[in-house]
Design a protein around this ligand. Structure first.
Ligand SMILES: *Cc1c(COP(=O)(O)O)cnc(C)c1O
Length: 468
C-alpha cells in the first residue's frame, strides 16, 4: 500500500475527528457566515507527484478554498430556491458515503440497498398524500427528474403512434404544451431530441398569474384532438409560485389524450402544509411528478425524485433499460433501478431523505414548510408596507417577488441588489417578471427565523436610502 494511504488508514480516527470538528465549527457559525465572498483563487494545473495525505489536503482546502464557501445553507440565503441541511440529512448523507452502496436490485443479487430507496419512496408518497400507484426513484436534482419523466413521456407519445422511440429514435416531431415551464424542462427537451423550441405556449390565466389559462388549454386540445402531446404543468413557478389548476386538468384528461407531467420541484411541499394543500388538489391524476429534496426537504445536494405512474413501468423500462435484449415479462419482477432511470452506478441517494423522514416525521416537515410560508408572508407584508418597494405578485407560498417602486427606478435594481448582496448578510437573486425587473426571495431553509426577516427588511431600507 502506498505510504500516504497506509498512514491515513492508521490515523483514520484523528482524520475523522478533525473533519468533524471542522464540520461543527462551520455549522455553528453558519448564521454569521457571509452569504457572498470577494475571495478569489488561482487554479492549480499541475498535479504533484507525491500526495500530502488527507490532513495535508484538509490544510490546503482550508487555506485555498474554505474562504470561498459562502453560507448558502444558512438562514439568510434566499437566492434561487436554496435549501439547507438538517442534522438528520447530514447524518444520512455521511453514512451514504461510509457505506458506499450502489442501489440496484432488491433480492440479494449483490447490493440490496435499493430496499432503502423503495421504502423512502413509499414514505414520501405518504408525506405528499399521493396514491401508491406511483413508482419512484432518486436522481441528482429536479432537472434530472424532469428529464427522466419527460423521457418516459416521449416513449408514451411514440407508442400512441406505434413507434418505439427508445429504439428507433425520433422520426416525427413531438409537441409539448406549457405556460410557464422551468428552464430545466426546456433543457431536458433539448437533451431528449424533442427540441427546446417545440414548446407550444398556452396563454397565462387572467390577472397577475403564471398558470395555464384553462379555456385556452381546452381550446388547444379541441382543435388538435388527433395528436398525442405532452403537457408540462407547474406546481410552483419560480418567480411567483403559481400553480396550474390540477382538478381542471384532471377533467381534461378524461376527454383528451396527453401525458401529464407536473414540475413540483419545491411547490409539491404545499401538500405538507396545514393550510396550502389546496394548491396541489388533483395532482394525483398526473402521469409523472418531479420533486426536489435538496430544496424544501433540506437534505444536502444531490437529492431529487421522480414519481411515474406504475401503469407506465413498461414504457419506463423501454426507455431506460440497460441491456440490448428486449425486456421480457413484468419489469417489477427482477426489479433493478438501472432499468428505470438515467444512471447505472449511483450512491444511495435516498438515505439522507430517509433519515430526515424518520427523524422529523410528517409533523416536523409540516413545521418547516409552514414556518417558511410565514416568513414569506412576513417579508411580503414588510415590502407592501415600505415606501421604497412593491410586490410584483401576491405571496402565494414561500417566495416573494418584488421590485423598487417607480418605473424610473428600474435601472437602480441591479446596483441596489449588488450592494446588498456584497454585504454578505443576505443573498437574493434578480429576475424579470412580466417585463419588469425585480428581485426574488425564496424561503426554504429550516434555520430562517422571523428575526432574520425583520433584520433584512431594515437593512434593505438603509441600503436604499444610501445610509450604508
Ligand atoms: C430548482 C427547480 C428545478 C431544477 O432543479 P435542480 O435541482 O436545480 O436540478 C426545476 N423546476 C423547478 C420548478 C425548480 O424550482
Amino acid at each position: 500500500m502506498i505510504n500516504q494511504l497506509q498512514k491515513d488508514l492508521e490515523q483514520l480516527g484523528e482524520l475523522f475527528h478533525q473533519t468533524q470538528a471542522q464540520s461543527l465549527a462551520y455549522l455553528s457559525g453558519l448564521e454569521n457566515r457571509p452569504t457572498s465572498t470577494q475571495h478569489t483563487v488561482e487554479h492549480k494545473k499541475i498535479l504533484q507527484e507525491n500526495g500530502i495525505g488527507t490532513l495535508g489536503a484538509l490544510q490546503q482546502f482550508n487555506k485555498r478554498f474554505e474562504p470561498l464557501m459562502v453560507g448558502s445553507s444558512g438562514p439568510r440565503y434566499w437566492g434561487f430556491v436554496t435549501g439547507g441541511t438538517t442534522p438528520a440529512g447530514i447524518a444520512g448523507d455521511w453514512l451514504t458515503t461510509i457505506y458506499d452502496q450502489n442501489p440496484q436490485g432488491l433480492n440479494g443479487q449483490g447490493d440490496v440497498s435499493a430496499n432503502v430507496e423503495i421504502e423512502t419512496i413509499h414514505l414520501l408518497l405518504d408525506l405528499f398524500h399521493l396514491p401508491s400507484d406511483f413508482f419512484g426513484g432518486f436522481v441528482t436534482g429536479a432537472t434530472m427528474s424532469n428529464f427522466t419523466c419527460l423521457a418516459v413521456a416521449r416513449q408514451w407519445v411514440g407508442t400512441q403512434n406505434e413507434k418505439d422511440i427508445a429504439k428507433e429514435g425520433i422520426t416525427s416531431s413531438i409537441k409539448v404544451i406549457s405556460t410557464t415551464p422551468h428552464s430545466s424542462s426546456i433543457k431536458s427537451l433539448s437533451l431528449l431530441g424533442i427540441g427546446s423550441s417545440n414548446v407550444i405556449k398556452i396563454e397565462t390565466a387572467k390577472g397577475n398569474r403564471e398558470s395555464i389559462d384553462m379555456d385556452a388549454l381546452e381550446n388547444y386540445f379541441k382543435s388538435n384532438s388527433k395528436e398525442s402531446v405532452i403537457l408540462l404543468s407547474s406546481a410552483g413557478t419560480v418567480n411567483t409560485v403559481d400553480f396550474d389548476d390540477f382538478n381542471a386538468i384532471a377533467k381534461l384528461k378524461e376527454k383528451y389524450s396527453f401525458w401529464w407531467h407536473i414540475d413540483a420541484a419545491f411547490g409539491g411541499f404545499a401538500a405538507c402544509s396545514s393550510h396550502r394543500q389546496h394548491l396541489v388538489a388533483g395532482w394525483e391524476g398526473a402521469d409523472s411528478i418531479t420533486i426536489d429534496c435538496h430544496k424544501w426537504l433540506n437534505v444536502p445536494y444531490e437529492s431529487a425524485l421522480f414519481f411515474v405512474k406504475q401503469k407506465h413501468s413498461v414504457l419506463q423500462v423501454e426507455t431506460f433499460q440497460n441491456s440490448n435484449a428486449p425486456y421480457l415479462g413484468n419489469p417489477m419482477e427482477n426489479f433493478n433501478y438501472l432499468n428505470f432511470l438515467p444512471e447505472n452506478s449511483r450512491r444511495l441517494k435516498a438515505l439522507p431523505a430517509w433519515f430526515t423522514l424518520m427523524a422529523y416525521g410528517k409533523d416536523g416537515i409540516r413545521e418547516i414548510v409552514d414556518n417558511n410560508i410565514a416568513h414569506a408572508e412576513r417579508f411580503g407584508k414588510g415590502i407592501e408596507a415600505s415606501l421604497q418597494f412593491e410586490l410584483l405578485a401576491p405571496v402565494r407560498l414561500n417566495t416573494v417577488c418584488f421590485t423598487l417602486q417607480g418605473e424610473e427606478n428600474q435601472e437602480k435594481i441591479k446596483p441596489f441588489l449588488s450592494k446588498l448582496n456584497a454585504m454578505g448578510k443576505v443573498f437574493m437573486t434578480p429576475t424579470i417578471y412580466k417585463e419588469r425587473k425585480g428581485i426574488r426571495a425564496a424561503f426554504v431553509n429550516w434555520r430562517t427565523t422571523s428575526e432574520d426577516i425583520d433584520f433584512v427588511l431594515e437593512l434593505m431600507c438603509k441600503v436604499i436610502k444610501g445610509h450604508l
